[in-house]
Design a binder for this molecule. Structure first.
Ligand code: AMP
Ligand code: ZN
Length: 134
C-alpha cells in the first residue's frame, strides 16, 4: 500500500519514535506546528476516524492521554491541542488515521478558528437533526 505512515510502521521510512506498543505507534511530526508535535497512529491501516473499530479507538485515545503530559514536560509547554483532521475538506493529507498532539505555549500566537453565529432557531434545528441521525 502506498501510505507513508504504513511505510514508517514497516521501517521503510525513518521517524523519530516516541512510543510503540503492539497496536499503536507515536512519532514526531516532520513539520511541527510547535516543537514536540506528535502523531499517534494505529499500526493497522484505516483511512479515517469513522473507519476505526471502537476497541482500537479506545486503545488509541488512552495512548494519546498517556503521552500528552510527557510531551508537554519535554518541551515546557503550557497546554496542548488534540487534533484529528477527518477528510480532505478538514485538511487530512495523510489518509491513515492519526491524532495530532500539539504542544501549546502561552502567547504562541497560534489562533485556531474564528467563531460563527447562528441565526434564529438554527441551533435548535441543527441539534434536532443531529439527534435524529444518531
Ligand atoms: P493531516 O493533515 O492531519 O493528514 O496531517 C498529516 C501530518 O503528517 C502533517 O502534519 C505532516 O507534517 C505529517 N507528516 C507527513 N509526512 C511525515 C513523515 N514522513 N514523518 C512525520 N510526519 C509526517
Ligand atoms: Zn497506512
Amino acid at each position: 500500500m502506498d501510505c507513508i505512515f504504513c511505510k514508517i510502521i514497516e521501517g521503510e521510512l525513518p521517524s523519530a519514535k516516541v512510543y510503540e506498543d503492539k497496536r499503536i505507534l507515536a512519532f514526531l511530526d516532520i513539520n511541527p506546528v510547535n516543537k514536540g508535535h506528535v502523531l499517534v497512529i494505529p499500526k493497522e491501516h484505516y483511512n479515517n476516524f469513522l473507519e476505526l473499530p471502537p476497541d482500537l479507538l479506545k486503545e488509541l485515545i488512552v495512548v494519546v492521554q498517556k503521552l500528552s503530559q510527557p510531551i508537554m514536560e519535554a518541551v515546557g509547554a503550557d497546554g496542548f491541542n488534540l487534533v484529528l483532521n477527518n477528510g480532505q475538506a478538514a485538511g487530512q493529507l495523510v489518509h491513515h488515521v492519526h491524532f495530532h498532539i500539539i504542544p501549546r505555549f502561552n502567547n504562541d500566537n497560534l489562533h485556531p478558528w474564528p467563531g460563527k453565529t447562528y441565526q434564529e432557531n438554527e441551533k435548535e434545528r441543527i441539534a434536532a437533526s443531529i439527534k435524529e441521525l444518531i
